[in-house]
Write a protein that binds this ligand. Structure first.
Ligand SMILES: Nc1ncnc2c1ncn2[C@@H]1O[C@H](COP(=O)(O)OP(=O)(O)OP(=O)(O)O)[C@@H](O)[C@H]1O
Length: 311
């Protein structure tokens, strides 16, 4: 079966000649959560806009549910819900009416029961008759999601859904997204928060300077690039790493109180056992040890930098 979203070699050159997307190809499966990570100006919003038909790609093709987003715009757009980065709500309109109106824009018949279901799910039911301007920033974000869901889309785009929101709301959003996935909704979100991708994505795409540097399952990505670090606290601080240990990838903490050993969990041998022996031979006494795993953040920063070096 074809992927829910098929993106084929999309380029976007803005008026003025700036190339925001330089040939992006990507398939997104039904019911998948894909997080697009990338620094400011990487092209994430441009990519979403071309899929949603808001921006016309300069070349390439995109299909959503098998419908070309240009030649079969209405059918494609009807399958898509978009939660924009900016809050663009009518301040005097009431919550429920705002959401009902959005549904109408897609030419769908009124369905009060469905609207109620969405508002309840987003904890907005109590606020259904409140005017938008009376709502907190977090509530407004929820209304944006409710609007995007008003016509029961199969693909939901969330552009920076939790930028600037507090931790509690961020977690609520993650739960909402997980619930939508259970209903089989395909979700594509852009984020600056690596923690967010780690928490909810099935796959992670890293985009920088208009290019997709990689797309990979989150767990595979973390395992493949997963380095671990072993921190060895010393009984007595040292001023430099003993020459006998120069074969190991070691760094000395600034205070000289600990050595940090980076090793690959996938390697045949981690080298920890021999390191320990060498250390004791060199007269170092251990006080404590602990290991830590590379986070997606380390991986991301590494990738973007490598990409820049190669450019
Ligand atoms: N309408 C436009 N005309 C010209 N250049 C544009 C236009 N829209 C975006 N750009 C440029 O294209 C690049 C990609 O922008 P885009 O908004 O897609 O990035 P982004 O990854 O979403 O960044 P952010 O995380 O800051 O939202 C940027 O350099 C931006 O200045």
């Amino acid at each position: 079966m074809a992927a829910m979203v098929e993106i084929e070699d999309i380029r976007k050159v803005y008026d003025g000649g700036f190339e925001a997307l330089s040939g992006v190809t990507l398939d997104i499966e039904e019911g998948e959560i894909l997080a697009l990570l990338g620094p400011n100006g990487a092209g994430k919003t441009t990519l979403i806009s071309t899929i949603c038909g808001i921006t016309l790609a300069s070349s390439g093709a995109i299909r959503v549910g098998g419908h070309d987003v240009v030649t079969d715009y209405r059918a494609a757009r009807g399958l898509i819900g978009l939660v924009p980065q900016e809050v663009n709500l009518e301040p005097f309109e009431k919550v429920r009416n705002t959401v009902k109106f959005s549904r109408g824009l897609f030419g769908k018949p009124a369905d009060d029961a469905y609207i109620e279901q969405i508002l309840r799910r987003l904890s907005l039911w109590d606020k259904r008759d409140a005017a938008i301007r009376e709502l907190s920033g977090g509530m407004k974000r929820r209304v944006l999601i409710a609007k995007a869901l008003s016509h029961a889309p199969r693909v939901l785009f969330l552009d920076e859904p939790t930028a600037g929101v507090d931790v509690e709301l961020r977690r609520d959003m993650w739960e909402i997204v997980a619930g939508l996935k259970e209903d089989g909704v395909t979700i594509i979100l852009t984020t600056h928060y690596i923690e967010e991708a780690e928490a909810i994505a099935d796959r992670v795409g890293v985009i920088n300077k208009g290019r997709l540097l990689l797309v990979e399952r989150k767990d595979a990505l973390m395992a493949r690039m997963g380095q671990k670090r072993l921190r060895i606290d010393l009984q007595e601080p040292i001023s430099e790493i003993p020459a006998a240990l120069s074969d190991y990838d070691l760094t000395l903490t600034e205070d000289g109180g600990a050595l940090v050993y980076a090793y690959d969990t996938n390697a045949e041998r981690t080298g920890i056992a021999t390191l320990m022996t060498e250390m004791s031979r060199a007269g170092l006494v251990l006080r404590d040890i602990q290991t830590s795993q590379n986070s997606l953040e380390d991986i991301f920063v590494g990738l973007v930098h490598t990409g820049e070096d190669a450019a």
